[in-house]
Design a protein around this ligand. Structure first.
Ligand SMILES: Cc1cc2nc3c(=O)[nH]c(=O)nc-3n(C[C@H](O)[C@H](O)[C@H](O)COP(=O)(O)O)c2cc1C
Ligand code: SF4
Length: 451
């Protein structure tokens, strides 16, 4: 997993310490690189409200996909009367094409643990859990080493920081499917229950783990906190664009010259990302499509290279920030086939708890199958759009709201390719073999009068 070089002048926040210390090494080594400075300076010594105000002034939004303002969640959590509050660091990284959280946890585990500690102190929690996908064994080991080092130094535990703070941090490995990354499913799994989402509201901030106020944040969101404390809200807000401050970890994959993880300021264009970080499109015939946001993201055309990496701009184009995964496809790819593959993944990963999602996504896949197999009907595009809009409006969690994205954006931006499949039984990229065979068979039949 390479950390990609970014142009001079692009700030590094979350990966600022990557490579500056041995993540499997001693606490002293990590401290030399700046770890735990923020925690020792403010925890128990300043007002928690001051830190919440800093996070608000920084304009920090959640990096787990939806971009919800962090300070609003913190206030809801702190403002809910409770004998126990929790912080849960979401390091599950559900998206199969994502690996930035893993890289972050493996290269700077102290930033994640210190960030979780800062958030816990601000909301008045005495317990924080870092939830990691069970496959991420190195990440879990390094996080545990970081926690053990901080405990041994008296930074964490009962009566930590010379009796100023009580805070226990636990690292938990979870085994599950895609849906486990969703916050309510994650909390169920941490409670030892089946990892299925729940209706929200109530949101975890007021009723989460074991019914207690719980601040769930992506590990990247939490890892920015030591930097914000050290450098100030103003410095963070100065990075990125208005309403989208700071940086975002993205992973570039597919038909790019340099695949890997990069930290980029929010507000850069997709074109800048592909050219200046990914080294430009690779593969055959040039860039055809960019999948932005993971399996439930949007399939965007090269004309979208001017689009900014911002939460609302991406949503407006039919994509999502999601995991920050960006996959480039060259002209050998068929968008109709890609859309079908992604829709199938989303349908298979749906947990089945709500009927419109469970049945609706499968019906969408059936329509997409018809396109690929050469049996598309002229009425199918409208049927797909109507069904997608019903599915989007009626599910329990955000999965059904996003799952139709690849098909909807595919039809929106690559209409000619869909038309060729549906009306002519032709796959312009030559990927959908059955379509080509169907077209040949149809043309043979047409030339044989008694065929
Ligand atoms: C299907 C689905 C999968 C998700 N997977 C993840 C994930 O792997 N990691 C993550 O941090 N958030 C994931 N989320 C978002 C979480 O529900 C939640 O919003 C997030 O962890 C909050 O963190 P943030 O405030 O830092 O964004 C997922 C959401 C959905 C609907
Ligand atoms: S919307 Fe889909 S994924 Fe979400 S809870 Fe319902 S069935 Fe499960």
């Amino acid at each position: 997993m390479a950390i990609l070089a970014t142009p001079a002048g692009w700030a590094r926040v979350t990966l600022g310490r990557a490579g500056a210390y041995d993540p499997a090494g001693t606490l002293a080594d990590a401290e030399k690189a700046g770890a735990w400075t923020a925690w020792k300076r403010i925890a128990g010594r300043t007002s928690p409200e001051g830190l919440i105000g800093e996070v608000e002034a920084a304009g920090l939004r959640g990096r787990g996909g939806a971009g919800f303002p962090a300070a609003r969640k913190w206030r809801a959590c702190r403002g809910t009367e409770a004998t126990q509050r929790y912080v849960v660091a979401n390091g599950y990284e559900a998206d199969p094409g994502a690996f930035a959280d893993r890289l972050l946890m493996e290269t700077d585990p102290h930033a994640v643990v210190e960030g979780a500690a800062l958030a816990a102190w601000a909301i008045g929690a005495t317990k924080a859990i870092v939830a990691v996908k069970a496959d991420y064994r190195h990440a879990a080991t390094r996080l545990r080493t970081a926690v053990a080092g901080a405990e041994a130094a008296g930074y964490l535990g009962t009566g930590a920081l010379d009796g100023l703070v009580d805070l226990h941090v636990e690292v938990r490995e979870l085994q599950g499917a895609y849906l486990l990354g969703e916050e309510t499913a994650l909390l169920h799994a941490l409670e030892g229950k089946r990892g299925m989402p729940d209706q929200r509201p109530p949101y975890p901030a007021t009723s989460g783990l074991f019914g207690r106020p719980t601040l769930v944040h992506n590990v990247e969101t939490l890892a920015t906190l030591p930097w914000i404390v050290a450098n100030g809200a103003k410095a963070f807000a100065a990075i990125g664009s208005t309403g989208n401050s700071g940086t975002k970890l993205v992973q570039l994959a597919g038909a790019v010259a340099h695949p890997g993880v990069a930290e980029v300021p929010l507000g850069v264009t997709l074109g800048e990302l592909l050219e200046q970080v990914g080294g430009g499109a690779a593969g055959r015939g040039g860039l055809k499509a960019i999948l932005v946001g993971g399996p439930a993201g949007g399939l965007l055309p090269p004309a979208s290279l001017d689009l900014r990496l911002e939460f609302e701009a991406l949503a407006g184009a039919g994509a999502i920030m999601g995991s920050g995964s960006i996959v480039a496809a060259d002209t050998t790819a068929c968008v109709v086939d890609l859309g079908r593959t992604l829709a199938r993944y989303c349908a298979e990963e749906a947990c089945g708890k709500s009927i419109p999602c469970r049945i609706g996504l499968r019906r969408l896949v059936e329509i997409a199958d018809r396109f690929v197999d050469g049996h598309g009907r002229p009425t199918d595009p409208q049927l797909l759009a109507d069904l997608a809009s019903d599915v989007i409006d009626s599910g329990l969690c955000n999965h059904e709201r996003r799952a139709p994205n690849p098909l909807l954006t595919g039809m929106r931006y690559f209409g000619e390719e869909y038309d060729a499949h549906i009306r002519e039984g032709r796959c312009p990229a030559g990927v959908c073999r059955p379509v080509a065979v169907a077209a040949v068979t149809a043309s043979r039949k047409a030339t044989r009068p008694h065929g």
